[in-house]
Design a protein around this ligand. Structure first.
Ligand code: ADP
Length: 501
């Protein structure tokens, strides 16, 4: 399989595998979350039940103390309202006391309000004959308040029914604080009363989330203990965080794999392109070598056979021989230099020198082909050119390549301008033609080795594709750079910027 399909396929497979992994990871995270949730609930239930039991025990103990105390007081023949008042001050957990005789007389409070009346009525209604005889203890709900009822035996006044109304605020203050003070751990315990109001909390709730509630026993009917987990510590939040981390890691991994594949694909494409360019290069160079060789051979044979009687013609033939052998030399020099550059063996002999003689020499060697192909050459060399560090042979080769291209890529308008001008303390050397020009998008690539613009092939212009790579290498070895401008169809202008010393 070739082209972009293979990397796409690989990416698809990797993506699918990553998706499967992600799905498996998600499932196991879900399972973990459920197990953790279950465990958390169990622990929370244990903690809440334990807290409820502690509170219940504390309440029952306080109630027992209160009852034992009032029972003891009731044995005294002088038991009366004063003794009850004294008892109340010792047991702040209860905010109201009711005492009734078996005959229904209310012994305490002495004067009672309508609210007290309600409690007394409830006490009488709830307490059966059996309760008077058997005794015992009951919690009654009267108007949302808990009233503890019991029968005191052994008083000189006969059995007394006592109702003790619990003070919820005192309960929170005295009992809950003491019973639950030692609660530890990250969860928060909250005691909620019958109306859903929170009476006591082990710590500020802030953004904690409720996990569960458990009821108290008989001593605190309709009250509940609620357990809260701090935000972010619930298994769901932890799973969400884990899933986010996994997802980010997956995305990163996929990104890396994708980038790797794209890079591999590019590299592979570039390599196959270089391989194609190389084989084109071999074909083009062979062709370029053959053309001057066959011309040389043809003209040499004609001369050898003495078939050219006319002296002018003969001179022309000799000139062709010289020109073609020069072309051959240039071509071979290009290939040899290029191979030296490729293997890193190319050396330049750079020393301060004048640019002008180089320009003249190159133009001279091109005089004949330029003239023969009908080119008008406009040469302009500034008089004040400074000497610059240069390797004359290398610079000649660069200029020759530019001139060769200018001729090759000119169509009908056969005009070439060669300009050398001062640029700072250096020299700018330009070769401009009015030929086919170079599209903007190709202006970087033409300096790459073997690179030729597709059209050069189709328009029948042969070449090896290393000329400009060589020009670039040469000018850079001089510490300068080469630039190109112009517009497609309106010609191109190559400039060698040679810095001064
Ligand atoms: P080639 O041997 O193909 O001329 P070069 O490296 O000298 O190789 O040039 C690379 C490509 O740049 C050429 O194939 C051609 O497409 C383009 N090119 C170079 N010089 C010119 C020019 N003066 N006008 C238009 N195109 C040019």
């Amino acid at each position: 399989m070739t082209g972009p399909r293979l990397p796409l396929l690989i990416f698809g497979v990797v993506f699918a595998a990553a998706l499967v992994l992600a799905a498996l990871g998600y499932l196991s995270l879900r399972r973990w979350e459920q197990a953790a949730e279950r465990q958390l609930r169990e622990q929370a239930r244990d903690a809440a039940v334990m807290a409820a039991e502690k509170v219940e025990m504390a309440v029952v103990r306080a109630e027992q103390d209160g009852i034992a105390d009032i029972q003891a007081a009731a044995l005294d023949p002088a038991f009366g309202p004063e003794a009850v008042e004294a008892w109340r001050s010792r047991h702040p957990l209860f905010d109201a006391v009711y005492l009734c005789g078996r005959d229904g007389r209310v012994l305490y409070p002495v004067g009672w309000s309508p609210e007290d009346g309600l409690v007394i009525a409830a006490l009488r209604a709830e307490i059966s004959q059996g309760f008077w005889d058997r005794g015992g203890r009951r919690h009654l709900d009267v108007g949302g308040r808990v009233v503890l009822a019991t029968v005191l035996q052994g008083s000189p006044r006969g059995p007394l029914l006592v109702g003790l109304r619990r003070d919820d605020r005192a309960l929170g203050r005295d009992v809950l604080d003491r019973a639950l003070a030692a609660t530890e751990g990250r969860s928060a315990l909250v005691v909620v009363d019958a109306s859903g109001r929170s009476v006591w909390a082990s710590r500020p709730l802030e953004s904690a989330a409720p996990v569960l509630t458990v009821p108290f026993g008989e001593a605190l009917p309709a009250w509940r203990v609620a357990l809260y987990e701090p935000a972010g510590l619930a298994p769901r939040d932890m799973v969400r965080r884990q899933a986010m981390t996994f997802m980010a890691a997956f995305a990163l991994l996929l990104g890396l794999i994708g980038t790797g594949l794209v890079a591999t694909y590019r590299l592979q494409r570039r390599e196959s392109e270089i391989a194609r360019l190389k084989s084109d290069f071999v074909a083009n160079v062979s062709h370029d070598l053959k053309t001057p060789l066959s011309l040389i051979r043809m003209f040499a044979e004609t001369l050898e056979m003495d078939r050219v009687p006319d002296e002018v013609r003969r001179r022309e033939y000799y000139a062709v021989l010289t020109r073609e052998s020069e072309r051959l030399t240039r071509l071979i020099d290009n290939v040899l230099d290029f191979s030296r550059i490729e293997s890193g063996r190319q050396r330049y002999d750079i020393a301060p020198g004048a640019v002008e003689p180089v320009v003249h020499e190159v133009l001279e060697s091109f005089r004949h082909p330029l003239h023969q192909q009908g080119f008008a050459v406009d040469v302009s060399i500034a008089p004040d050119l400074p000497d610059v560090p240069l390797d004359p042979e290398a610079l000649k080769q660069a200029l020759a390549n530019l001139l060769d291209n200018a001729m090759k890529y000119s169509a009908d308008r056969r005009k070439i301008a060669v300009t050398a001008r001062r640029e700072g303390d250096g020299v700018a050397l330009e070769v401009a033609d009015e030929g086919i020009g170079i599209p903007m998008s190709e202006r970087e690539r033409i300096f790459e080795k073997f690179y030729r613009i597709g059209r050069s092939e189709t328009q029948g212009r042969r070449g090896s594709g290393v000329g400009l790579a060589l020009v670039k290498h040469i000018v850079e070895a001089h510490g300068g750079r080469v630039t190109v401008d112009g517009a497609p169809g309106a010609g191109s202008r190559f400039t060698l910027h040679l810095p001064g010393a």
